[in-house]
Design a protein around this ligand. Structure first.
Ligand code: VAH
Length: 316
């Protein structure tokens, strides 16, 4: 990979992926783009383009202008928001993916598109969810993710497009807040604790979900995209996870550092029904075997890092 285009760079993953890829490959070799204007030093350190990724001509124009080798397609409407506007979820998720795959086919680019634990559903084995298993998600977000996996594998097999993907768990970060995801609570709880505010959790206390700290997610993306293709048995999409916990467990971990922190529960029925249909924990042995996936953060070390950074940011 030499010259990279990030589509949907303004989101939770995109803002930090822009920074990491520019550090690794050079500011001028990483073009960040979004439908919304991209402002701030993360983006202004290199080329910025305004791209509506549901319009293929805009992606093609950028790929030709910058002679792009790899496209990181991060445009998506997250699970809970998409349930309120299914056609928007479909049009953005699939529209962007098809356009990135077609552009990649025409201009010989590699493509990374994140999938998600949302690609699984209630009939999937929820404990130790296998790499290859039944995928009948009950959300439009999940439908776009399964479609994306199938289409990406088709473009690889039919046209030789180097398409790769991981099924991310809930991602926790401290740069850009996620918007409209079922797992957003695991980010928002740290912000509330760092600000000394009460937190109202939208999931019930025993809702176990796979999670990962953003530094591990970013390394997974780079390591997969740089992996030797001859060693890849799978491509779209690899299970990857770093930890799994319930609201009760993350609350107890935060309380070790913020003894006065208070969390109460007000279950959001949409988010709860989505979370109940997702795995309790995934088996990610294929990612570890085929391209050396190895996360570094667990709940304890992530909590220390998140609270240290956020308490400094919100210090009065
Ligand atoms: C969501 N954060 O909650 C996203 C993610 C695994 C969940 O796909 O929709």
């Amino acid at each position: 990979m030499k010259r990279l285009l990030i589509v949907g760079a303004g989101g939770q993953i995109g803002s930090e992926l822009t920074k990491l890829l520019r550090q690794k490959y050079g500011n001028e070799n990483v073009v960040c783009s979004d439908l919304r204007p991209l402002k701030g030093e993360i983006y202004e350190s290199g080329p910025i383009e305004r791209i509506d990724s549901t319009q293929i001509t805009q992606i093609i124009e950028a790929v030709k202008k910058y002679d792009i080798d790899a496209i990181f397609n991060l445009a998506a409407i997250l699970s809970a928001t998409a349930e309120l506007n299914p056609m928007l979820g479909w049009n953005v998720g699939i529209g962007s993916l098809v356009n990135c795959l077609e552009t990649a086919r025409l201009f010989n680019c590699a493509v990374f598109t994140p999938s998600s634990i949302g690609a699984f559903g209630p009939s999937t084995p929820l404990d130790g969810t296998p790499q290859d298993t039944i995928q009948r998600p009950g959300t439009i977000y999940g439908v776009t993710k399964v479609t994306g996996e199938l289409l990406s594998d088709y473009y690889f097999k039919r046209f030789g497009v180097d398409a790769r993907s991981v099924r991310f768990p809930g991602l926790i970060s401290n740069v850009t807040l996620p918007g409209g995801g079922t797992t957003d609570y695991a980010v928002e709880i740290y912000y509330a604790a760092a600000k000394g505010e009460k937190f109202i959790c939208p999931l019930n206390e025993n809702t176990q979900l796979d999670m990962m700290y953003m530094p591990d997610a970013l390394n997974a993306i780079v390591n997969l995209m740089e992996a030797d293709p001859k060693k890849l048995v799978h491509r779209n999409s690899f299970n990857v996870t770093a930890m799994h916990f319930t609201p009760k467990e993350i609350y107890a971990e935060i309380k070790k550092h913020c003894p006065d922190f208070v969390m109460e529960y007000k279950v959001d029925p949409i988010k709860q029904s989505i979370a109940d249909s997702w795995p309790n924990w995934m088996d990610d042995s294929c990612a570890r075997k085929e391209w050396g996936f190895k996360p570094e953060f667990d709940l304890a070390s992530m909590t220390v890092d998140m609270l240290t950074i956020l308490k400094k940011r919100f210090a009065k």
